[in-house]
Structures are given as C-alpha cells and as structure tokens.
Design a protein. Structure first.
Length: 138
C-alpha cells in the first residue's frame, strides 16, 4: 500500500513544470546568437552578437513588459530558473541592454548560450534561451 502511494507521488512530481521566474514572456519569444555560428572557428578577440525576436531589450532595473536583458553563458549549463542568474566568469551579464560583446577565450572548444533575464536578472516564464552552440578558438 505504501509503495503504491510513493509511486503515485513520484509520477505526479515527474510532470511538474520546471521552475522559472514570475515575469511572463511571450510564448513566441526567440533568443539566438547571431554570430559566431555553431561550429565556427574563431581567433581572439572575437565579437559575439545577440538577437531576440518578439521581445525587446532594456537595461536591468527597467520594468517594461516583454523586455529583458541578455546573459551570455560560457562553458556552463543553464542555471536554476527560479533565482537570479549568477554573475561570474561563466555567466556574463549585459544589464546595460547591450546586444553584443567581444570575448577573448583560451584556445580550444567552448560553448556559448544566451539566457534572457527580467529586470531582476531572473529568467522569464516560459524560459527564453538560445540554442547552445560550440565554437573553437584558434
């Protein structure tokens, strides 16, 4: 009997949606890295430019519906979605509303991914993230 209740509880937990922030995003929002492309070989320093469709970009601290600011994730996984995005060498914040940056990374393979944060650096619901790309620095 107890085993049956545990199995039902596990089944219920398995269908819960991933936690994310309280700020809503349009369901058709699309975040992408415009350059470099997946598989690109680059040399330092190199420019990375960010793109978003069906949402706007505004500096952190500006509260305007359907707007956020970029966070570039370098060589790391997506962070927890229900708290502010970390701010360190793997999670770069562009709270000024920037739409591009210049990187200088060690030679070798690296991953890049964008995550849009709300005015308080918390991911939107639904989460607005780009595809994760892999590049090689010569």
């Amino acid at each position: 009997m107890m085993r049956h209740h545990i199995l039902r509880l596990l089944a219920a937990v398995a269908v819960l949606p991933a936690l994310a922030g309280a700020t809503p995003a349009p369901s058709d929002a699309y975040l992408y890295i415009g350059w470099p492309n997946n598989g690109e070989v680059v040399k330092n320093p190199f420019k990375v430019w960010f793109g978003v469709r069906n949402m706007g970009v505004a500096p952190a601290g500006v509260q305007k519906s359907n707007t956020g600011h970029h966070h570039l994730i370098v060589d790391a996984d997506l962070p927890p979605m229900d708290v502010p995005i970390p701010n360190n060498q793997n999670y770069l914040h562009f709270g000024g509303g920037q739409t591009e940056t210049v990187l200088d990374l060690p030679p070798g393979q690296h991953t890049l991914q964008l995550l849009l944060g709300d005015t308080d650096h918390v991911p939107f619901t639904p989460v607005v993230a780009s595809k994760r790309i892999t590049i090689t620095v010569k």
